[in-house]
Write a protein that binds this ligand. Structure first.
Ligand code: NAP
Length: 288
């Protein structure tokens, strides 16, 4: 069994991005500029945005954080999005989700200019992905494909079972995995799937993106399968200072001995997600 080290792989990719930024600066171009919009004080969102900003600094990007309190109106966010869309100094920006309930997330997603949508959430970018056109691929699916490639996990003709069909993970990943060049045969499972265990047991590659700790158990895994665990759920813990730790969707201890490759949580898919955001921002900077 090989443990897939997302931290190490993301460090390698960040070093490659930093090299490209140096090159851009040497050619007299500006460093890519990412703006993050953060609403409220949700612990998870605070942590993710802090990591994104820190990663920008590591690779030499310019980064800006725009903060709003929970009681910000939808119109105020839309005005900010409009300003960022029209600001030539900004290459790409993200509005960290989830947003407070009184704000329509989809409306915000659709207000972001597709050319600056480095999260790849805009329907135009999702549509371009479906059509096999160049686009900003959403960060987590893109990071998963990078991990599979860098670890030389064979995908052509293999059966990839994805559990979860969200617009940010399962759905776009299913499209990527079946694209020419990756060539997997893909099954997408969700909460209404019948015989889920039996289907997962036929998978060569299992991607779990559900948000239910330990959902994938050893009896669901074929000997030698590769496992990508996307789940990150905070569970109470006496072992950490914060009082919680992240748990994946896979029962790691019992599944790991059966499989060929497996990602840990944390330290697997998570660091790759940020890397993909950096890659998209670099691409946006080069498109300027
Ligand atoms: P989501 O929008 O809540 O979607 C969850 C999916 O799981 C849905 O499609 C749902 O099916 C399916 N599901 C729920 N219970 C199920 C069950 N019993 N059997 C089969 N399918 C079931 O979640 P998400 O945004 O994709 O995120 C999933 C997990 O990944 C979360 O833990 C999230 O924190 C994590 N995540 C991690 C990263 C990272 O960078 N590491 C990035 C994004 C997300 P229905 O559609 O039928 O409801």
């Amino acid at each position: 069994m090989t443990l897939i080290d997302g931290k190490k792989t993301s460090a390698e990719i960040k070093a490659e991005i930093a090299e490209q930024v140096k090159q851009m600066l040497a050619e007299g171009k500006k460093a890519p500029h990412l703006v993050a919009v953060l609403v409220g004080h949700d612990g998870g969102s605070e942590t993710y945005v802090a990591h994104k900003i820190k990663s920008c600094e590591e690779v030499g990007f310019k980064s800006t954080l725009i903060r709003f309190e929970d009681n910000v109106t939808e119109q105020e966010i839309l005005n900010t999005v409009d300003k960022l869309n029209n600001d030539p100094d900004v290459d790409g920006f993200i509005v960290q989700l989830p947003l407070p309930k009184h704000i329509n997330e989809q409306k915000i997603i659709e207000a972001v200019s597709p050319n600056k949508d480095v999260d790849g959430f805009h329907p135009v970018n999702l549509g371009r992905l479906v059509a096999g056109l160049d686009t900003f691929v959403s960060a987590t699916p893109s990071g998963i494909v990078d991990l599979l490639k860098r670890y030389k996990i064979e995908t052509a003709g293999k059966h990839c079972v994805i559990i979860g069909r969200s617009n940010i993970v399962g759905r776009p990943l299913s499209i990527l995995m079946s694209q020419k060049g990756i060539d997997a045969t893909v099954t997408v499972c969700h909460s209404r799937t019948e015989n889920l265990k039996e289907i997962v047991r036929t998978a060569d590659i299992i991607v779990a993106a559900i948000g239910k700790p330990g959902f994938v158990t050893a009896d669901m895994v074929k000997e030698g399968a590769a496992i990508i665990d996307v789940g990150t759920t905070r569970v109470a813990s006496t072992e950490t200072k914060s009082g919680w730790k992240l748990k994946g969707d896979v029962d790691f201890d019992n599944v790991a001995p059966k499989c060929s490759f497996i990602t840990p949580v944390p330290g697997g898919v998570g660091p790759m997600t940020i890397c993909s955001l950096l890659k998209n921002t670099l691409k946006a900077g080069k498109m300027r």
